[in-house]
Design a protein around this ligand. Sequence first.
Ligand code: AMP
Ligand code: FE
Ligand code: FE
Ligand code: ZN
Length: 271
Amino acid sequence: MYADLHLHTHYSDGTYTPEELAERGREQGLGVLALTDHDTIDGCRQMALACAERDIEFVSGCEFTVELDGFEIHLLGYFLNLDCSRLIEELEKSQNVRQNRIHEIVSRLNKLGIEITSNDVLDVANCNSPGRPHIGRVLVTKGHCRSLDESFQKYLKKGKPAWVPKAKMTAPQGIELIHEAGGLAVIAHPGLYHRDDVIGPLVGAGLDGIECFYTRHSTAMTEHYLMLAEQYGLIVTGGSDCHGENKGRPLIGAVKLPYSYVERMKSAVSV
Ligand code: AMP
Ligand code: FE
Ligand code: FE
Ligand code: ZN
């Protein structure tokens, strides 16, 4: 039995509904799916039902945006208690920051002569946790960019003219919040940061695991992070980071994590 523990739906910047995602998971022969939308757990209950209907084990999750000394890191939280009131409050704050940021980015684009409105973006996003990909989609559909990637390269990524920084929790605050919600805190896609120096301090702050298996990790990277996991005594996780069909072929199942890793996670949660 295999798992994919890094997945997005339209509750953040993915395109699938929970039902579509669970169905793609079934087609891939996956036995466990975790939903990890950006800064929201809004899709988790619906995804739990969609998985149950297909005999798939569901793991509640969230991909938290945090920072360590100004550097943005994504933390995956797994086995979260969806009723934890502090979790709900903190996610609401992150979502408010995201919504305000949409207005700021759109106003920058307007100053660059690009005539789109915040409502264009919020209509496309249609969720509590909007992000830059939703702005990118509007830039593409309105003919300002040829692709989502071009919208990031030209306007949206850090250092480009419409980039706006985003206030976020610190990594220790994020780890503490995940623990308060009864979950495991895992650093997402460490190979994308080129900043292995952050791992030591995160472990010091209580990090539980590391996403070694990831679509954009080379075999050498995976082996490197497996070695670090062993060195620091971290739990190993993996997932595809599927966002649906907005980035070409759906990635779900591109990573197939053996079930023994999920068992290891479960035994760590229950202690
Ligand atoms: P935000 O959450 O608003 O900071 O936007 C970050 C999200 O944008 C990431 O989670 C990715 O899903 C997506 N993203 C980042 N870079 C690109 C890119 N070059 N093309 C498409 N999507 C991207
Ligand atoms: Fe994303
Ligand atoms: Fe991420
Ligand atoms: Zn992700």
